[in-house]
Design a protein around this ligand. Structure first.
Ligand code: FES
Ligand code: FE
Length: 376
């Protein structure tokens, strides 16, 4: 409990300043985003050696690339000479090396310093010692996660464990073969709201009946029934008349063959703290990554993943994409409506959570523990 002044059935939220104070955001960058596994790219965004992407993780810029051995590597995007940002583009491709635009120190794809003007006259500069500094990398579900911590937490516990906790076992997600699906659509949303408002919104379905008419049409139990509001996507069943997870309930795309009988005609939603949301339906997977940019701004990148044959054949995925694109816009509008009021004097002590939002209370406790402002 974050407050003792309320009846047991009601839980206080975080105070408004948690969503507006740049000092709190700086702590979250250090103790959450720079300390945990953070999803930075779809592996297929880096199709061959030299393809790269730069991503801000907490306060650091990270350079993610595919090396000559085809393994994905990630480095601090900081030149070892005098600290210039090595790579200034968000995505691109180099042939065999990254060259700093300042004094032309050059690093190969495995991070080794391979050339620098006059380097031979400076024998003390070790080429490995002054190579790029790498960060831990893991690939799972066809996505690249990095961790900036010197001793990264267990990926199995923190990332895979979050999925297992929700679905019961790891096979339940493996059946969707997420690694091998193809990106049918990617939409990037620039949301003027704190990252926690977006997570909190994703975790509850109390709002579904109010703001998601299309989603509640497809998943009728989201519209009524108190129990359904406890979990977003605990395996919610499609309505009887519904043929597929599309904006008008019309037929979807080719079903992913591994999906079990039990998973068919159902929608599952998973939150992997601190910045990934995964939605599973029989014919596609919707994969969100949040990139917190500032205390009041978060970029959300969302992929719609289908069987490769569906994408290659150019089948029309638009009705399928439109359903969750609308849901996203409805959710992010709600978050953007909430953000300005976080600085209202009326919200200084926060609000309350009704019982069906108890996940949010657990999330707040988790945030406070990470920040060290509450004892576990
Ligand atoms: Fe990069 Fe000098 S700062 S080469
Ligand atoms: Fe929603």
């Amino acid at each position: 409990m974050t407050s003792t002044s309320l009846p047991d059935s009601l839980i206080a939220t975080l105070p408004g300043s948690s969503y507006t104070d740049p000092g709190v955001f700086a702590q979250e960058q250090e103790r959450i985003f720079e300390a945990m596994w953070f999803c930075v790219a779809r592996s297929s965004d880096l199709p061959k050696p030299g393809a790269f992407r730069t991503v801000d993780v907490g306060r650091e810029s990270i350079l993610v690339t595919r090396a000559r051995d085809h393994a994905i590597r990630a480095y601090f995007n900081v030149c070892r000479h005098r600290g210039a940002k090595l790579c200034t583009e968000e995505t691109g491709e180099v042939k065999r090396a990254f060259q700093c635009p300042y004094h032309a120190w050059t690093y190969d794809l495995s991070g080794k310093l391979v050339a620098a003007p006059n380097l031979t006259k400076m024998p003390d500069v070790g080429r490995t010692e002054y190579g790029l500094v790498s960060v831990a990398v893991r690939e799972w579900l066809g996505y690249v996660w990095v961790c900036l911590a010197e001793n990264p937490p267990s990926f199995e516990e923190d990332v895979i464990g979050a999925v297992v906790e929700r679905l019961g076992d790891v096979e339940s997600i493996e059946r969707y073969d997420v690694d091998n699906l193809a990106v049918g659509k990617r939409i990037v949303y620039d949301v003027k709201a704190n990252w926690k408002l977006i997570i909190e919104n994703f975790m509850e379905c109390y709002h579904c009946a109010t703001i998601h008419p299309e989603l509640t049409e497809v998943l009728p139990e989201f519209a009524d029934g108190y129990a359904a509001q406890y979990y977003v996507g605990h395996g919610a069943e499609f309505g009887e008349e519904i043929q597929g997870f599309t904006v008008d309930g019309s037929e979807g795309l080719d079903r992913i063959p591994g999906v079990s009988q039990e998973q068919d005609r159902r929608y599952y939603a998973i939150t992997v703290k601190p910045q990934v949301f995964i939605n599973l339906v029989p014919d596609h997977v919707i994969f969100h990554r949040m990139y917190p940019v500032a205390v009041d701004r978060t970029v959300v990148e969302c992929d719609w993943l289908y069987l490769p044959g569906v994408v290659e054949s150019g089948k029309d995925v638009s009705r399928s994409v439109e359903l969750f694109d609308r849901v996203n816009r409805q959710d992010f509008d709600a978050c953007e409506r909430t953000q300005p009021a976080m600085s209202s004097r009326l919200y200084a002590k926060g609000g309350v959570l009704v019982p069906s939002e108890h996940h949010i209370g657990a999330f707040h406790d988790w945030v406070l523990e990470r920040l060290g402002t509450r004892q576990p």
